[in-house]
Design a protein around this ligand. Sequence first.
Ligand SMILES: C[S@@+](CC[C@H](N)C(=O)[O-])C[C@H]1O[C@@H](n2cnc3c(N)ncnc32)[C@H](O)[C@@H]1O
Length: 314
Amino acid sequence: MTTTSNEGAAAGATHLPVMLDEAVQGLRVRENGTYLDGTFGRGGHARAVLAQLGAAGKLLLMDRDPAAVAHARAEFGGDARVAIRHGNFADLAQWDATAQGLDGVLFDLGVSSPQLDEAQRGFSFRADAPLDMRMDTSSGISAAQFLADADEDAIAGVLWRYGEERMGRRIARAIGERRREAPIARTLELAELVERTLGRREGNKHPATRTFQALRMHVNGELDAVERGLRAAVERLNSGGRLVVISFHSLEDRAVKNFLRDESRQPPTRRGLPPPPPMALRLKTLGAAQLPGEKELSANPRARSAVLRVAEKL
Ligand SMILES: C[S@@+](CC[C@H](N)C(=O)[O-])C[C@H]1O[C@@H](n2cnc3c(N)ncnc32)[C@H](O)[C@@H]1O
């Protein structure tokens, strides 16, 4: 879930699964099938899939966050139908357990409520904490490290690409000036610096919203992971297997939409050019993009930007 407005602890330490019924229906769980949930989080979707599996079914669980994996092990470690792996879903095809083929793959993208709500993770601009933002706290570089090492052009590029922050250059310059005195190590330091630099509020939206979102997407390589994860999922899906993706950010959804289009439709013929050679299509899309209903939106405001897409392997 890519909720960028950091609603704070409103949703508590648990995670309300988004579009649960739609996702489980999209997977069309068969009793004896093998399914992969690449974004375990706190297991809302996984639990519902497991409830539909019989004794011969299998559920493979992944998450790049060690805390999520610890939860998966504590809850499902004793279930013989479940296998658990700490890692990026982009690498799912390297997991031996996927080699027999999968009947369904679910990606519920972005960050979980516990990640947002636990101040120490550094995702929120509302609480003072080390500026970390890594989902996988065991590898990679933190947002603070990126801001310390990258040149101002690179910082501005990230703010524009992943946050569509039009003032990215100005913010990057302010970061450059500040870090000549001392590194920017804490969330509130960055939030205040952006607020001072932009000098305005946009309704209820904190001026640092786009900056935090952009840094998070960069530090975690989120778009790259989605693109690689989709390719790996299609490689591993059995014929008739389902791919279900829930995205929360327009850039993510665009990546998913484009991928599904390219895998399910012949490339267009351009006027004046010879027709392109036919492609071997691997997917068919099932229905249009789905959005959460009113009832879910009122119960869980974090569902508000969700878009769910389903496709089937040919
Ligand atoms: C929106 S939450 C998933 C919530 C889950 N469906 C539930 O109902 O509890 C997203 C989770 O995916 C994980 N995640 C995000 N990108 C990932 C990736 N590329 N590989 C593995 N896990 C990822 C995050 O660490 C987070 O725990």
